[in-house]
Write a protein that binds this ligand. Structure first.
Ligand SMILES: [Mg+2]
Length: 195
């Protein structure tokens, strides 16, 4: 029978992993405005060479903005890839050199007009580990005050406010289907339950 040892998978960077795949060659296939696409040849432990196509991404932050009355601010946004509208938590990519916390506050303010007083980390999310290094830093945002939205002029987002419990139910049923939003709502719910 296969022995399954207890897992300690907290943070296991390449240097610490016996499963790491050293890169033999790396070719850049596309350098876009947002994405860099590469095709790498790697040395797979005990298996010889393998091909790994992957997308380099700058990383992002996303926030569950929770009001004291138990409602949450989400944004409606149309997404070109899947060609449909989604209900999402405010989020956006890191500017060069920007810390995840600063990015989180900036994105909430730009997309909803809310200023976040207290940020609580809810851990990293890797939305596409099969083909990208993208990591989304997610947070619970509290002590909210209203200022002005400052939208990116090429992106339309429409903030809405609904009960947090309802948002969690929508995430559980699939009515909210954006990965970062589902995961962040469930992590925020677990944190709030534990308080
Ligand atoms: Mg955004």
């Amino acid at each position: 029978m296969l022995e399954l040892p207890d897992a300690d998978l907290g943070d296991c960077p390449a240097a610490a992993s016996d499963l790491a795949e050293p890169v033999v060659t790396s070719d850049e296939l596309l350098r876009g405005k947002l994405l860099h696409v590469f095709r790498d040849v790697v040395d797979v432990p005990g298996r010889g060479h393998g091909v790994r196509e992957w997308i380099k991404h700058p990383g992002a932050s996303a926030v569950v903005p929770l009001f004291a009355d138990g409602t949450v601010a989400l944004v409606r946004q149309y997404r070109h890839g899947p060609r449909r509208e989604f209900l999402e938590i405010p989020a956006g990519k890191l500017d060069p050199g920007e810390a995840p916390e600063a990015c989180a506050r900036r994105e909430v303010q730009e997309e909803t007009g809310l200023i976040v007083g207290k940020l609580t980390p809810l851990g990293p999310l890797y939305p596409a580990i099969g083909y990208s290094d993208e990591v989304i830093h997610i947070f619970l945002g509290e002590d909210l005050t209203l200022s002005e939205t400052n939208e990116d002029d090429t992106e339309v987002v429409r903030p809405i406010r609904l009960p947090f419990d309802q948002a969690v139910r929508l995430a559980q049923t699939g009515a909210i289907a954006d990965m970062k939003t589902v995961a962040a709502l469930l992590r925020a719910d677990a944190l709030l339950q534990s308080r």
